[in-house]
Ligand binder design. Structure first.
Ligand code: NZQ
Ligand code: ZN
Length: 389
């Protein structure tokens, strides 16, 4: 087991009606805030009014910045930084999903920094301070409500890049599963795929012999799979929504990777798809992850057989472990299809004409390779994109 440090300071305020506590939570940090949100779902569902009313009750002064797009853009982050500086704001409330939260985190580190906030995402500088960020979560997916990550797209070159610092973990996350009842089925499914991908990135680790983490990952995956079928059948199933929401945080607050390193190649490859085609991140993962598995499984057949057997109940055929491993990958793909996700680029109307460009742009996080279970070169990345066509 690797040595590790684990910091998860986010206060989780979970359950029905908890958005009414937002004003009380915010008031601990500030009396004037930036209220950051997306393209309007929170106005349609009435959440905007409820959060505003709670803030008003606690005398919190609000400056608004909406219009965060999925795959959040650098230009709006820069607008938010200027707005906070001009208005003397010291706290950001993100009401929405991963895109709104990531945009809020970027604004948070950008306000005290005299240079260009993109320096952090380009790896040219490290943030030393941030404005605190609080969250009211509306979709179980990215896990950004408690993660140390923020992913932003720079329109100049359509580069989607992430940062990872404990500093940017939100101070609180209000999580009411009822808020996710209004999600379109496709967004629910994208969230499920992202949650599973966060667990699988940690599970397919080159650091073996960690039964505790293996079992936690397998159990969380199994719970997400069965509850995904439940919410697809009944979007108002509170307990199923609640379990997926809990899993979304657990999948990405790093508890499931304590003591071992994760892979993360599929995330890097996916980011190039959603940067160019503006596809939902979870849909991109449903396409890339099975392709990555088919390309690398022979390097560690035992781990893929374990995944097939323990997560997907595949009978283990000891005479032919490769067939058992492939059966698990096929079951994963079938599950994504069952919940309405694309598993090939063509299912998302994406052609094969820009694969070279995506392979060129894919961030090689180890210098000249990406991923840990197998260190993939640019050529490998291109082959995986080809498998995903
Ligand atoms: O913008 P609005 O109108 O609010 O609509 C959103 C958006 O269109 C809608 N939505 C959200 N909650 C809703 C709802 N519609 C109806 N009812 C609700 N309750 O759903 C759409 C998607 O929202 P978004 O925030 O983009 O989803 P998600 O949480 O999946 O976030 C995706 C972003 O997070 C990044 C992804 O790359 C992507 O940019 N990630 C962030 C991570 C992190 N910070 O830790 C880790 C992930 O790996 C991921 O990369
Ligand atoms: Zn993700």
């Amino acid at each position: 087991m690797e040595n590790f440090r684990f910091l998860s300071p986010t206060e989780i305020v979970f359950g029905r009606g908890t958005e009414s506590l937002t004003g009380e939570l915010v008031k601990r940090y500030a009396s004037k805030i930036l209220f950051h949100y997306g393209g309007g779902s929170i106005k349609r569902t009435g959440l905007y009014d409820r959060v505003m009313s709670s803030l008003r009750q606690h005398g919190v002064e609000v400056v608004e910045l909406g219009n965060v797009q999925p795959n959040p853009r650098l230009s709006l982050v820069q607008e938010g930084i200027e707005l906070c500086r001009r208005e003397g704001i010291n706290f950001i409330l993100a009401v929405g999903g991963g895109s709104v939260i990531d945009s809020a985190k970027a604004i948070g580190v950008g306000v005290p920094y005299p240079g260009d906030v993109w320096d952090f995402y380009a790896g040219k500088a490290e943030p030393k301070e941030t404005l605190p960020v609080g969250v009211v979560l509306t979709i179980a997916a990215a896990g950004s409500e408690a993660s140390k990550s923020s992913v932003i797209t720079n329109e100049d070159g359509w580069l989607k890049r992430g940062i990872n610092y404990d500093l940017i973990r939100p101070v609180f996350a209000v999580m009411n599963p009822e808020l996710t009842f209004t999600l379109p089925p496709y967004q629910t499914a994208c969230g499920v795929a992202d949650i599973m991908a966060h667990i699988m990135e940690r599970y397919f680790s080159p650091t073996g012999d960690h039964e505790l983490l293996d079992r936690l990952c397998e159990a969380t995956l199994k719970a997400v799979i069965s509850n995904a079928y439940r919410v697809m059948a009944d979007p108002h199933d509170y307990n199923a929504r609640a379990q997926i929401m809990r899993a979304g945080t657990l999948a990405h607050n790093d508890l499931l990777s304590t003591g071992r390193i994760g892979d993360w190649a599929s995330h890097q490859m996916e980011h190039e798809i959603s940067a160019i085609y503006d596809l939902a991140h979870g849909a991109g993962l449903a396409i890339v992850f099975p392709a990555w598995m088919k390309y690398v499984y022979k390097s560690n057949v035992g781990r893929f057989v374990q995944f097939a057997h323990r997560v997907w109940d595949v009978d283990v055929n000891f005479e032919n472990p490769e067939a058992a491993a492939l059966a698990g990958i096929n079951r994963l793909e079938q599950f994504f299809t069952d919940i309405g996700l694309p598993t090939r680029l063509s299912h998302a109307d994406i052609g094969a004409d820009r694969l070279e460009e995506m392979a060129d742009k894919c961030r090689m996080t180890n210098g000249d390779s990406v991923g840990q279970l197998v260190k993939l070169t640019r050529r490998d990345v291109l082959e995986i994109y080809k498998l995903a066509v």
